[in-house]
Each structure stands twice: as structure tokens, then as C-alpha cells.
Design a protein. Structure first.
Length: 135
């Protein structure tokens, strides 16, 4: 004689309320952390660009020491870091004894508080807008 045993299986799953609460919590975390992350990335790109500007100034001064003029140097001769090119566009203004190297923000970096960064032959780093350069 066969006996049939009926068992009730209980399926383990999340309820709709649990899924919605998890989704709401993830959304809240993203809305808080995403702006902080973007601000941190803008600061990181600015610091990388300041380092690139310092290296370019060093190269410009070495060229001035050899040629006694800044006009012989172009942006191509400075070998600027490729990572800085994505966030900033560089512009070099020269005459015989003076130069100004500018880093103009591009893309997402336009939201940075510092705006255009510039450095001259006296190693004075300036920002068009008032901000904390972190120097």
C-alpha cells in the first residue's frame, strides 16, 4: 500500500516591499554619494593638471636657459600628460622673455570652481575664479 505524503513547500523569496525598500535605499545612497564622487574627481583632475603645469614650466625654463627666449617652445615640445588633455585644453602665450600657460577646463571639468588655471614665468599659479587650489 502506497501512502502519499503531501508536503507544503515554502519558497524562499523576497516580497515586493523588501525589494522596493532595497531599491529606495540604493537610490538614496547614490543621490548622496554621486555628487561627492564627481567633486572628488574634479579635484583630482585639477591636481593632475597643476602637476602637468609644473612640469611644463620646468620644461619651458630649461628651453629658455638654452635658447634665451620662450618663443622657440610650442605645446608639442612640452610633452604634456595625456590624462590632463581629457579634462583641460592647454594654451601657451609667449614672447621673448615672458610666457603664460593656461589650462582651460573641458567636459565635466567645466563644473570645477577654479575654472581656467594659468601659470607664468614667475611660477605664479592663478585661477580665473576664486577657489582653493590646494598648493
Amino acid at each position: 500500500m502506497k501512502t502519499l505524503i503531501w508536503t507544503t513547500r515554502r519558497y524562499a523569496a523576497f516580497s515586493l516591499v523588501e525589494v522596493l525598500m532595497t531599491l529606495a535605499l540604493c537610490t538614496l545612497l547614490l543621490t548622496v554619494t554621486l555628487p561627492v564622487y564627481h567633486a572628488h574627481m574634479r579635484t583630482t583632475h585639477r591636481q593632475q593638471t597643476l602637476l602637468t603645469l609644473a612640469q611644463a614650466v620646468n620644461q619651458l625654463q630649461m628651453n629658455y636657459h638654452l635658447d634665451h627666449t620662450y618663443t622657440q617652445t610650442s605645446l608639442d615640445n612640452l610633452h604634456l600628460t595625456p590624462t590632463a588633455h581629457a579634462s583641460y585644453r592647454f594654451q601657451l602665450l609667449t614672447d621673448d622673455h615672458h610666457f603664460q600657460l593656461q589650462a582651460i577646463p573641458q567636459g565635466t571639468q567645466t563644473g570645477d570652481a577654479c575654472g581656467t588655471l594659468s601659470v607664468d614665468e614667475t611660477n605664479r599659479v592663478r585661477s580665473i575664479q576664486t577657489c582653493e587650489l590646494g598648493l
